[in-house]
Design a protein around this ligand. Structure first.
Ligand code: ADP
Ligand code: MG
Length: 450
């Protein structure tokens, strides 16, 4: 593996752990200069980045480097092209906080559509877990605005929602070059809206979004509880919908499970096609690994692939991360992977002992998930939107901490143990036949143990 490939792998892993904005600001234009006697020298574009990486990211980078290549002892940063006598071009370098450096842009991403060409239908593997969502997405590209509108896709973290959305967008852009296609996350939509309000640019904002032919919004659950955003989005939605313009949305849960979504938006979302993405089965996980291997032009035995696919089940992003780590390890150390080595290398990822949690954390995450106050979980209000999260928190405390019913009752606002017992039994029973509740609880657990 060349140094360039090693750094690409490291960057891939860093990207998973930090925000996109941070990643682009601090890691763009970095590369490995050299690796000698266990010391890795990373070249960075300027002194500011150097300081920042040294103080904030040194540990993280070193840890990931070591995971990939255990012989590495230290990492150091140098300003690219630094030499004893500065060259003319260096003297002309822009000031530290140059505009360009702080602009969050990623190469290859189309500025108009925000689409990244690397996500396509061709490299999107289909299995029973995502078949419906994929087919619905394909259908939308053939009957723009007229068949499934809106198309609402939901599923847990790392299961391919963004990939699918982008694939739909890319296909649309290819098929209808003159149409206005726009992909963005609901967070970006919110921040543009806030910006427009503060700069009195609402007319521009409205015209921009109401003049789109296909509006693709990722992670809509982030607008839960944001009234102003929901209101404006409702108008954008209606305006597009009335003109038969296509709207495609993803979320980490079904519309009815987004508790603080305004009723009128919820019924709009439910008025189109809803498709979920669940967990891929073993066969599909193996197929995904094979396709990624092909992209990377690397070979791994079926036994090893099977080992990875058997042990990483719930997140395709993790599956990919594990594969990258293995490839890097095998290349650096010039080792052919077998299940034994694989299990050793992956032990850090796979057998992460279940991280610990506590009552306070569970309460916090449940409240955040349902967008209510933690106090609402302790008080005695009988409102349905509070009773239900309260029951979920009792259930989770019981399941995850194995606490006794009286203890849970006491901690959750001094309730009788029979109330807690009833809640746990009720949720336990409901889970059996209710797949969306299962997913909801899995999502909360993901947050509890994040
Ligand atoms: P989500 O948006 O649901 O969190 P992503 O779309 O970001 O998940 O997917 C995470 C990673 O897994 C991406 O690198 C993506 O390309 C890959 N991936 C997800 N689903 C598939 C699939 N069906 N086939 C191939 N790669 C996939
Ligand atoms: Mg996503």
């Amino acid at each position: 593996m060349t140094l360039k490939e090693l750094w690409q792998t490291i960057l891939g892993e860093i990207e998973l752990g930090i925000s996109k904005a941070n990643f682009i600001t601090w890691f763009r234009n970095t590369k490995i200069h050299s690796k000698k006697d266990g010391i890795v020298i990373v070249g960075v574009p300027n002194g500011f980045t150097k300081e920042w990486l040294e103080s904030k990211y040194n540990k993280l980078i070193l840890k990931i480097l070591r995971n990939n290549s255990p012989d590495i002892k230290d990492v150091q940063f140098v300003i690219k092209g630094e030499s004893s006598s500065p060259t003319i071009s260096q003297k002309k370098l822009p000031p530290l906080f140059s505009e360009d450096q702080l602009k969050f842009q990623e190469f290859n991403i189309n500025k108009e559509t925000n689409l990244n060409p690397k996500y396509t239908f061709e490299n999107f593997i289909i299995g029973s877990f995502n078949e419906l969502a994929q087919a619905a997405g394909r259908a939308v590209t053939k009957h723009l605005g007229t068949l499934y509108n809106p198309l609402f896709i939901y599923g847990g973290v790392g299961l391919g929602k963004t990939h699918l959305l982008q694939a739909i967008g890319n296909e649309l852009a290819k098929k209808y070059p003159s149409k206005k296609i726009k992909y963005l996350s609901s967070e970006k939509y919110t921040s543009e809206l806030v910006d427009a309000i503060s700069k009195k640019g609402m007319d521009t904002f409205k015209n921009k979004y109401r003049g789109i032919d296909a509006l693709i919004i990722d992670d809509i659950h982030f607008i839960a509880g944001k009234e102003k955003t929901q209101e404006e989005f409702f108008h954008t939605f209606n305006s597009l919908y009335q003109k038969n313009k296509q709207i495609i949305i993803t979320s980490d849960r079904a519309p009815k499970a987004i508790s603080t979504l305004e009723e009128r938006l919820r019924s709009r979302f439910e008025g189109g096609m809803i498709a979920d993405i669940s967990y891929p089965d073993l066969e599909t996980r193996t197929a995904i690994l094979k396709s990624k291997l092909k992209e990377k032009e690397f070979e791994i035995s079926d036994k090893v692939l099977n080992y990875i696919a058997t042990n990483i089940q719930r997140n395709i992003r993790e599956l990919e991360g594990a594969l990258n780590r293995l490839i890097a390890f095998s290349q650096i150390n010039e080792i052919t992977l077998d299940p034994k080595i694989t299990s050793q290398i992956l032990s850090k990822i796979i057998s992460i002992p279940k991280k610990k949690t506590n009552l306070k954390n569970i309460i916090k995450e449940v409240a955040e998930f349902y967008d209510i106050n933690t106090n609402d979980l302790f008080n005695h209000s009988r409102k349905k939107e509070l009773v239900y999260p309260r029951q979920i928190s009792m259930y989770l405390i019981r399941e995850e901490l194995k606490s006794s019913y009286p203890y849970i009752g006491e901690k959750l606002g001094g309730r009788d143990h029979t109330t807690v017992m009833y809640a746990c039994q009720k949720i336990n029973k409901e889970i059996e036949n209710n797949e969306s509740l299962q997913q909801e609880i899995n999502l909360i657990k993901e947050r509890i143990y994040k």
